[in-house]
Design a protein around this ligand. Structure first.
Ligand code: IMP
Ligand code: MG
Length: 187
């Protein structure tokens, strides 16, 4: 889906499809160098990071394993609840593995901070993160994100996997949603 298909609901495009693809390729090149010979396990958080995982994994020049995890997230709201629970766990034992978390966006940092602690607690040899987007102005927890795609302003964004109430995930670029669409739901 493209912005033209949902024009009345979108304020503006923030990152184009081509910009996303180019940046993901650059990061993948860097990660391929950093993890050469390391048998990396990519861990992606469902569902928002699926598009990033697909593009990123294909752009790597190293052989990586992939697994997925589903965590509780925003539901229909636009701000974090702070309490995180596992909806669906990994099928891989991360003990001794070099894990690279692939995330859609780091907002408060709560989700990523929790996940890094969880995977380290399971005995991973290393845990780093690639987030396609970061909202630095919203950060509450100083979590380390080794690889970042783009920094975005403090606005609610959708597309390339990111949703509002399960919609807009299949938009091919990243866009700012018109506040009218939240119907007063933003904190
Ligand atoms: P955090 O725990 O506050 O860092 O939030 C991380 C999660 O919240 C992300 O993985 C997204 O699922 C969701 N999220 C945060 N900001 C946005 C946004 O602007 N649009 C859509 N989802 C978001
Ligand atoms: Mg997410």
């Amino acid at each position: 889906m493209q912005i033209a298909d949902v024009q009345g609901e979108i304020d503006r495009e923030l990152v184009s499809k081509a910009q996303i693809e180019n940046r993901i390729k650059q990061v993948a090149k860097q990660v391929s160098r950093d993890y050469a010979g390391k048998n990396v396990l990519l861990v992606s958080v469902l569902k928002g990071a699926v598009n990033t995982m697909a593009a990123f994994s294909q752009a790597l020049s190293i052989n990586a394993q992939m697994d997925f995890m589903s965590l509780s997230s925003y539901g229909a709201g636009t701000s974090s609840s702070g309490s995180i629970t596992i909806r669906q766990d990994l099928s891989t034992d991360v003990k001794g593995r070099n894990v690279l978390i692939v995330e859609d966006i780091v907002d408060s940092g709560r989700t990523l901070d929790w996940l890094i602690r969880e995977l380290k607690g399971r005995g991973a040899a290393s845990v780093e993160a690639f987030a396609l987007l970061e909202k630095p102005s919203r950060r509450e927890i100083n979590v380390s994100v080794k690889y970042t795609g783009f920094e975005v302003p403090d606005e609610f964004v959708v597309g390339f996997g990111l949703d509002y109430d399960e919609r807009y995930r299949n938009l091919d670029s990243i866009a700012v949603l018109r506040p009218e669409v939240y119907q007063g739901g933003q904190a």
